[in-house]
Design a protein around this ligand. Sequence first.
Ligand code: ASP
Length: 368
Amino acid sequence: MAKNLTRRGFVHGGLGLGLGSMGLASLPIGTRLRAQTVELPLVITSHANATGREAMRQSWEILAGGGSALDAVERGANVIEVDPEDFSVGMAGLPNEHGVVQLDASIMDGRTYSAGSVASLEKIVTPSSVARLVMERTDHVMLVGPGALDFAKSFGFEEVELLTPEAREIWLRWREHHSDQDDWGPPDHLRGRAEGLDRDAARDAGPLGLDLTGSIEHHYGTTNVLAVDASGDVAGITTTSGLSWKVNGRVGDSPIIGAGLYVDNSVGAAGATGRGEDVIKSCASHYIVMRMREGRSPQEACEDAIEMIVGRYRAVGLDFVPEEKFVAINKAGEYGCAWMGIDGVPSMTVRTPASLDVFEGTSLYGPA
Ligand code: ASP
C-alpha cells in the first residue's frame, strides 16, 4: 500500500493504515461527549488499528485471568513495539536526523506508586520492558542513552537493528528533501535544477514502492496503554520512537513521568501523544489525572488539558495549537480521548468485559 508522507501528522500503526471505526459516528470539531462507563477490568490503547486490537486482545487475556494491570499494559505495549509495520513505536520506528532509531518509554504502577523510564534507548525493541526493570530493579526512575542500553543488555535484552528497510527508505527521502540548499539527492545535472526546474520533480518513488513524492515532514506517533484490573489497580505505559528526524539526543514527553504518562491508583491514568515539547511544558498527563481527581470524567479531563495548553499560549498573545492527543481512564471504568490541531477524529481501542471496540473522542481546535 502506498504511504503518502507529504504532510506533518500522526503515525497511526503504520502510515496510512488503520481499521475503520467501529465506535461512534464521527463527530464535528468541538462536540463534547458524555462519559463512557463500563465494568472492570478495562484496558485501552491509543492505537486504533489492527495492531492495537491485537494488543488489547493479549492484554485482555491477562486481565481476564485475574492478572495485574501492570502485566497487561506491558504485554499490550510489547505487541505494538515489535510490529515491523508500525513506524511510530519500537521496531521500524522512524529514526532521528542521523538515521538512528532512539526509543523513549515510561511505565507506572499505581499499586505501588512506582515509575520507571528510558530515553534515547537504541537497539532494544521493547523499551517499555526495560523501563519496567528500571522501576522494579533499581532505586531510580530514569535511565538514558548508552547507560540504558548497558542496563538492558545486563538483563539479557538482545541488540537488534530497529531501522527497517522501509523506515530507512523514508528517512533517506526525508534527508533528500529537507533542504533545497544541501547536496543530498541526485546530482544537479540529473534533477533538473540547472534548467530551473523544480528540484523535487526529479525525485520519484523509492525502490520499496512507497509513495515518497513531495516533501517529508516530521511525524508524531506513540502509543499509550492504560489499564485498571479486577482489583481496581491502575497501570500505564507510554512508548515511542518519538518525533521523526528529531535532533540527535532529543527526548520527548513519553519517558517523562507526568508529561507523557501519569498514573494515580486512587484516580486513574492518562497518556499523551503528539508534540512532546508542549506535553512536557504543560505536564499534561499529570494535569489530566489531577482534573479527574477533582471529579472530571476522563473525557472532560482530556478536553481540559487541551483548553489549558491553548489558554497558556493565548495568555502570552500566541494563537498556537500544537498537535496533541490525550487518552485517559479512571477507576470507575470510564474512558475518553481528545485531540487538537489535527484533521479527523481521535480514536482508541478499548477492551472491556462487554466488547473490543474502537472509541472515537473529540476534536478541538482543528488545524488552521
Ligand atoms: N510525543 C512524542 C514525542 O514528542 C511524539 C509522538 O507522539 O510521536 O516524542
